[in-house]
Design a protein around this ligand. Structure first.
Ligand SMILES: *[C@@H]1O[C@H](CO)[C@@H](O)[C@H](O)[C@H]1NC(C)=O
Ligand SMILES: *[C@@H]1O[C@H](CO)[C@@H](O)[C@H](O)[C@H]1NC(C)=O
Ligand SMILES: *[C@@H]1O[C@H](CO)[C@@H](O)[C@H](O)[C@H]1NC(C)=O
Ligand SMILES: *[C@@H]1O[C@H](CO)[C@@H](O)[C@H](O)[C@H]1NC(C)=O
Ligand SMILES: *[C@@H]1O[C@H](CO)[C@@H](O)[C@H](O)[C@H]1NC(C)=O
Length: 511
């Protein structure tokens, strides 16, 4: 084990030598079949929150208590009613695939039991609309929106009962939609859901305990995040086993789970910082990926967290190990990591309780500003997963630049970000990473979990004061469409593109 740690440190040190990202490329430089899409999630776009039988999720409760910067998803961008218009925009843009999530409490209002026929119908309509426009649906089953009914009844993800209910919900989705859906992600970034929702208490369901979080009414920050991830892994594995046994042969689909990743770069050449960066990788990536690939949590986590992290029984370990066809990578930014033995008493937002590491550029990456563009950080993550986890098939399920929602349609930094990050994916693929697809976050400006409607990651701006919620393309939509249709992109072309964009009336690029 020791020698493995030193091998990992060598990989990390090696990666300090920043690699140059592909600067001029087109989609034809990617392997045939590589999928380019864009993503959203149910509560962030659907609206119609109490329409046609839907009941609240933990995210509704969170937003209605004012924690999403005062905003709610009651209407959001109304994709529930505007899905046809949105799918048309996707087709015109040239998307190969659309990643969305299903609202569990729209499909099964009490979390278990009877289906809501209107909910089934909505997702049937959306999926069929996508298919008829040649767009592959990539479906996430749960994205921070557990039915409030299950949270109230037994505490949701902290209770082992969730495994059975999640599996039954997944069964409904496979049965009703699996004839047309070939890509399933069970749970969205469980690592961040657990840290945000059960350690800091800043996202639903707002569990935390002092001194780690502020003002939660329930929770235990020192244990619940670990319990929740354990239950999510068991629920994922149970749903994946069901899919593989009952549906996969007939439906020819694939199932996976997504992981939030940070590029973790040691701040200096010291062994201490390299080990700190390794701990960040273990606590973020390894927390999920080690059980899936090796059947247990990383040794560093078990050593540091001790009895607070649950132990896998042999049976659970067997169930979880290998329970995926692909891993979803969620990546926005890269951090510089310094050893910090005193960090076990970190304040909220430091995002690394128990890791004993300090993130140097914290303000850059967790505040409400634009992300610094550090594209080789994504390459480092893809390379790391390739080397440590045996090169599993990957889909990048989220990546995108945060811009201020209302500022401008000329989101130049969004274009620069996409151009650089897609280039870094190409570099990783050229060096052997089995990455098979890329989804930008997000297709539209959506309700963001903390910011509400203050930031916009989308290709389309939606003026929330406009009763029609008209979608207006940004420069980045124009750029991505050009790329998707086979145009070559390069940094010196951005200016050219920008001039062309300004010369057109918004929307004109749609042919
Ligand atoms: C916590 O609650 C106190 C008292 O109600 C309030 O003054 C404070 O602003 C709250 N802090 C946060 C971060 O919500
Ligand atoms: C780290 O090591 C590299 C390669 O050995 C060297 O080029 C660089 O100057 C070192 N950086 C620091 C901060 O010591
Ligand atoms: C965006 O700008 C419009 C028009 O300037 C304004 O009415 C609206 O309140 C702004 N919305 C947000 C979320 O800032
Ligand atoms: C490319 O892959 C090889 C073999 O896995 C590895 O040794 C090398 O470090 C990688 N290069 C980069 C730039 O990631
Ligand atoms: C911009 O428009 C000019 C004139 O129509 C065209 O030749 C050029 O290819 C366009 N550039 C891009 C990047 O679309």
């Amino acid at each position: 084990m020791r020698s493995l740690i030193f091998l990992l440190i060598r990989i990390l040190l090696h990666m300090r030598i920043a690699v140059l990202c592909a600067d001029k490329y087109s989609r034809y430089d990617f392997p045939p079949g590589f999928v380019f899409g864009s993503a959203t999630a149910a509560y962030q776009v659907e609206g119609a929150a109490s329409e046609d039988g839907r009941t609240p999720s933990i995210w509704d409760t969170f937003a209605h208590a004012g924690y999403a910067n005062g905003a709610t998803g009651d209407v959001a961008v109304d994709q529930y009613h505007k899905y046809k218009e949105d799918v048309k925009l996707m087709a015109e843009m040239g998307l190969d695939a659309y990643r969305f999530s299903i609202s569990w409490s729209r499909l099964i209002p009490n979390g278990r039991g009877p289906l809501n026929p209107k909910g089934v119908q909505y997702y049937n309509n959306l999926i069929s609309e996508l298919i008829s426009h040649g767009i592959q649906p990539h479906v996430t089953l749960n994205n921070a929106d557990l039915p409030q009914a299950l949270e109230d009844e037994y505490g949701g993800w902290i209770n082992r009962k969730i495994v059975k209910d999640f599996t039954a919900y997944a069964n409904v989705c496979f049965r009703e939609f699996g004839d047309r859906v070939s890509y399933w992600t069970t749970v969205n970034e469980p690592n961040v859901f657990a840290i945000g929702g059960y350690d800091q208490g800043v996202i639903p369901p707002r569990h935390c305990s002092s001194p780690f979080g502020i003002n939660c009414t329930r929770g235990d920050s020192s244990t619940e995040p670990y319990t929740v991830v354990h239950n999510i892994l068991l629920a994922h594995a149970s749903a994946a086993r069901l899919y593989k046994r009952k549906y996969q042969e007939k439906q020819n689909g694939f199932i996976g789970i997504s992981i939030y990743t940070l590029g973790a770069i040691p701040n200096t050449n010291s062994t201490e910082d390299a080990m700190a960066a390794q701990r960040i990788n273990d606590f973020y990536i390894g927390w999920i990926a080690n059980p899936l690939v090796f059947g247990d949590y990383p040794d560093t986590m078990k050593e540091i967290v001790g009895s607070r992290i649950p132990t896998f029984t042999n049976h659970e370990s067997e169930l979880v190990r290998g329970s995926f066809d692909f891993l979803g990578v969620i990546h926005y930014t890269t951090c510089y990591v310094e050893d910090d033995p005193g960090s076990l008493v970190l304040k909220q937002r430091d995002f690394n309780i128990d890791v004993a590491a300090k993130i140097k550029n914290m303000e850059d990456i967790f505040l409400d500003s634009e992300y610094p563009i550090l594209p080789w950080g994504l390459q480092v993550v893809l390379e790391y997963i390739k080397q440590v986890y045996g090169n599993p098939p990957l889909y990048i399920l989220e990546n995108g630049q945060r811009t201020q929602r209302n500022s401008t349609l000329e989101d130049t930094s969004g274009v620069e970000y996409l151009q650089a990050y897609i280039g870094s994916v190409l570099d990783a693929v050229r060096n052997g990473s089995d990455t098979r697809g890329y989804f930008s976050w997000s297709f539209l400006d959506v309700l963001e979990i903390l910011d509400g409607y203050r930031s916009g990651f989308g290709f389309y701006y939606v003026d929330l004061d406009d009763p029609d919620l008209k979608r207006q393309p940004k420069l980045s939509a124009y750029w991505y469409s050009h790329f998707l249709k086979g145009g070559s992109v390069s940094s010196d072309k951005v200016i050219d593109l920008k001039n062309n964009f300004s010369a057109l009336s918004p929307g004109h690029f749609r042919q």
